[in-house]
Design a protein around this ligand. Structure first.
Ligand SMILES: *Cc1c(COP(=O)(O)O)cnc(C)c1O
Length: 826
């Protein structure tokens, strides 16, 4: 944009590395409240005080961010661009205060204003720019990269509307738009001078230059402006502040100039909306693709803007010489969503910087790295070539060429094997040919990783087996992790203080130290303190559930929790069938060894996902029946907490006794909720799926409530699956399904839940609900017995936290860096 502005203004009199003391903090808070926001005692409100504090903290972040940038500019080294369509950041204020070590200063400053940090923090909207695990992983990774002082920048989209807000009305999910920017976003700083132009539509022409060289030129495109907004990402008490750059779409000024000149001034200006639509809303589908054109536009918009920005920075320093580009730059693709970066980088290098195909391919295929997140076929992205043809014509040409050259390699490896070519082709043939984005990502990357040991093994032996044969060295595993700052230090301050009292505070920055807790697992006083913290946390969660659900949770009962996106593969249905089983036991007075439980569900269903919404409906109906039955009160309470999000999880995970991780084996790539619960001392009931395997190995199988089919058995089970026979052989399941079919939970809506019953009885049921039911009930009974011995349960709880060291995202990121990125710190 303004690269041609050669003259730089001389900025003298910049703030001298301000000493940010407690006194200046209180002064700055007042300054921002009065001057930046224009408020005084007449307009006092928590919201403006929150904003003033956010600006005060941001000042300190900006100072460190500039320092970080200058230090890196002085000594250029390799950097990573983490490309993700989702960043599920949650709230930033208390995280920043923790990472900047400002807790005491802020508390003291706030005293002068008669308020406390906790209540101000609540005024912040969650930044909900993601659906679930994948987006939250990106957020945890940013925290770890900054905390490890790695030069990693996140690139994403500044959605005007984030993940929808969920409310429950008549036991049904209602979606409400999440207008999270309405009251302003104090953390971001825009950089319009670094805006980029992104092309759409138009067509491709061949031009010959004066040297006779042939160029393909993308003409008549309709361009959209990408404007960057930077959000600071503080490392943990290490003076590093990295950046998350979010792009917003805007109309270019010459938008629809023709119409403009034809006299339709107002109409032309109004049409600017089309450009701004691109970043209007996050698609709320988790683990499934909907193939909407606007979604593809979002993907291309993010990739094109990011790549243009990074290339222009490179060219400013090195000119058009890209020989060493891959030694200085990695693009990590968070799933296939940004995989269009592969052909886009080819296009920019060839069309804008005049590299040959071979040179451009060297640069591209040595700088891209791809992370796969799923094995579900319905989640594998495909786009029709027809859509590309009209939306991104030049990109389609390049994809065809990548594929042609790739298939030559396949032919070389497997001569005459046409079937292999068909199977591995980036283009899936058919009446409407489709681009297989995962194959595009693999072909264009030097690293392909899965997100848990089992997941990677299933990828290389199944979905990507052919590619693994061709390029075994390209594939690797990086088991997911979560940041112990947000998911222990910040969300569970009482437990964090107790841990620090015992093993000092080194664990926050080096989470492998958490294993030292094992030494105290026989310490009676410590066990009692551990239990007391859990009880306090359960009281806090109970207050939230009382307020949101009007259900009374009793902290002396077991808190049994399943919160995550609602999806058939995650099997909330199996859990609610167990609840119905417990309800039957109470009704029939089968109370021997009954452990009273409060069972909590939470999670959003994709708005168009009928079965997931029906499962929410069933959970809420069962909750209603159970909670209204006085006979159940001493034994059973059930709640569905609306609007599960990061902030809710910060209250839920510290208060959980039993963590439900019960996906159909082979379906959950990793899971990260499982890790947050473990860190906070929950015991897990789960299948041997995703990272559960590694969790059960770390804590010991004897301390994990394992159940269900094993991944090696699944193919065989499906081949002979007769759910009706399974049901006939299970008195418990029979009784549960009979009660469900009788309409006991849907008195006024006959047959409402028939689709759920049918799915369980379907021999093609992918989710094996009936198959795993008895073994699930048996594992639940083991949990009941264990919980009755509270001393023993608390010991297992301590062991879980102590064994959670490897599930820190610091470990994950160190491995990305060692094996894939190879950055030096700085
Ligand atoms: C951790 C987290 C998830 C992922 O949970 P899983 O149980 O791994 O699916 C989803 N949403 C939120 C808000 C989270 O914090």
């Amino acid at each position: 944009m303004s690269n041609d502005v050669k003259k730089k203004a001389k900025v003298s009199n910049l703030p001298k590395a301000k000493s940010f003391s407690e006194k200046s903090l209180a002064d700055d808070l007042g300054h921002h409240f009065y001057y930046t926001l224009g408020r005084d005692q007449l307009t006092e409100s928590h919201h403006y005080l929150f904003q003033a504090l956010a600006y005060t903290v941001r000042d300190r972040l900006v100072a460190k961010c500039r320092k970080t940038l200058h230090a890196r500019a002085a000594e250029p080294s390799k950097q990573v661009a983490y490309l993700s369509l989702e960043f599920l950041m949650g709230r930033a204020l208390s995280n920043a205060i923790l990472n900047l070590d400002l807790e005491d200063d802020v508390s003291q400053a706030l005293q002068q204003y008669g308020c406390d940090l906790e209540s101000l923090s609540e005024a912040e909207h969650d930044a909900g720019l993601g659906n679930g695990g994948l987006g939250r992983l990106a957020a945890c990774f940013l925290d770890s990269c900054a905390s490890l002082a790695l030069p990693v920048t996140g690139y994403g989209i500044r959605y005007e509307y984030g993940m929808f807000n969920q409310s429950i009305n008549n036991c049904q999910q209602i979606e409400q738009p999440d207008n999270w920017l309405r009251e302003g976003h104090p953390w971001e700083i825009s950089a319009p001078e670094q805006s980029q132009r992104v092309k759409f539509f138009g067509h491709v022409e061949t031009h010959k230059d004066k040297n006779g060289r042939v160029h393909r030129v993308w003409v008549n495109s309709q361009d959209v402006l990408a404007v960057p907004y930077d959000v600071p990402v503080p490392g943990y008490q290490n003076d590093v502040v990295n950046t998350l750059r979010l792009w917003k779409s805007e109309a270019t000024d010459e938008f629809d100039l023709e119409e403009f000149n034809a006299g339709s001034y107002t109409e032309a200006v109004a049409k600017k909306n089309l450009a701004e639509q691109i970043t209007m809303v996050l698609y709320p589908n988790d683990a499934s693709e909907n193939g909407k054109e606007l979604r593809l536009r979002q993907q291309y918009f993010l990739c094109s803007a990011t790549l243009q920005h990074i290339l222009s920075q490179w060219v400013q320093k090195h000119g058009n010489n890209f020989d060493k580009f891959h030694e200085f730059q990695v693009f990590q693709l968070n799933d296939t969503h940004p995989s269009i970066a592969v052909p886009e980088l080819m296009r920019l290098l060839m069309d804008d910087y005049e590299l040959s195909w071979d040179d451009a391919w060297q640069v591209t295929s040595r700088s891209m790295a791809y992370t796969n997140h799923t094995l579900l076929p319905e989640a594998l992205e495909k786009w029709s070539t027809a859509l590309f043809e009209y939306l991104l014509p030049r990109i389609l040409e390049i994809i065809y060429e990548i594929n042609a050259r790739f298939l030559t390699q396949v032919t070389y490896q497997w001569p005459g094997d046409v079937e292999k070519q068909r199977a591995m082709s980036i283009i899936e043939e058919g009446p409407s040919p489709q681009i297989r984005m995962a194959y595009l990502a693999i072909v264009g990357s030097y690293s392909v990783n899965g997100v848990a040991a089992l997941h990677t093994q299933l990828l290389t032996s199944g979905l990507f087996a052919d590619f693994y044969q061709l390029w075994p060295e390209r594939f690797n595993n990086k088991t997911n992790g979560v940041t112990p700052r947000r998911w222990l230090s910040h969300c569970n301050p009482k437990l964090a203080a107790l841990i620090t009292e015992k093993i000092s505070d080194g664990w926050v920055a080096d989470f492998s130290q958490i294993k030292q807790l094992r030494h105290y697992f026989d310490d009676k006083k410590f066990i009692a303190q551990w239990q007391q913290v859990k009880t306090d946390n359960k009281k806090q969660l109970a207050a939230l559930i009382q307020k949101e659900c009007n259900v009374e949770f009793d902290p002396s009962m077991m808190f049994d929790v399943q919160v995550k996106r609602i999806h058939e593969y995650k099997r909330q249905l199996l859990n609610i069938l167990h609840v119905i089983h417990l309800y039957e036991r109470v009704r029939n007075n089968e109370l021997e060894d009954f452990t009273p439980r409060c069972i909590l569900f939470g999670g959003k269903a994709a708005p168009g996902y009928f079965m997931a919404k029906l499962i929410i409906n069933l959970i809420c109906n069962v909750a209603k029946v159970v909670n209204e039955d006085p006979a159940c009160k001493p034994y059973l309470r059930v709640a569905f907490l609306p609007n599960y999000n990061v902030s809710a999880m910060e209250v839920i995970s510290p208060a959980t006794d039993l963590s439900e991780q019960i996906s159909t084996v082979g379906k959950e790539a990793s899971g990260t909720g499982n890790m947050k619960f473990m860190m906070n001392g929950a015991l897990t009931i789960g299948t041997l799926d995703g990272a559960n395997i590694e969790i059960s190995e770390a804590v010991g199988l004897e301390n994990f409530f394992l159940f269900g089919a094993r991944s090696e058995q699944v193919a065989d089970i499906h081949a002979h699956y007769q759910p009706q026979t399974t049901i006939d052989n299970s008195p418990n399941l029979q009784r549960v399904l009979q009660l469900l079919a009788s309409g006991h939970f849907n008195l006024f809506e006959p047959n409402k839940f028939q689709p759920l019953i049918d799915s369980i009885k379907d021999p093609n049921d992918q989710w094996l609900t009936a198959y795993d039911f008895d073994s699930y009930v048996e594992a639940q009974e083991k949990a009941n017995i264990a919980y009755q011995d509270q001393h023993y349960w608390q010991q297992l709880s301590i062991l879980n936290t102590a064994a959670s060291g490897q599930f820190s995202s610091d470990r994950t990121i160190s491995q990305y860096n060692q094996d894939i990125w190879k950055l030096s710190k700085g």
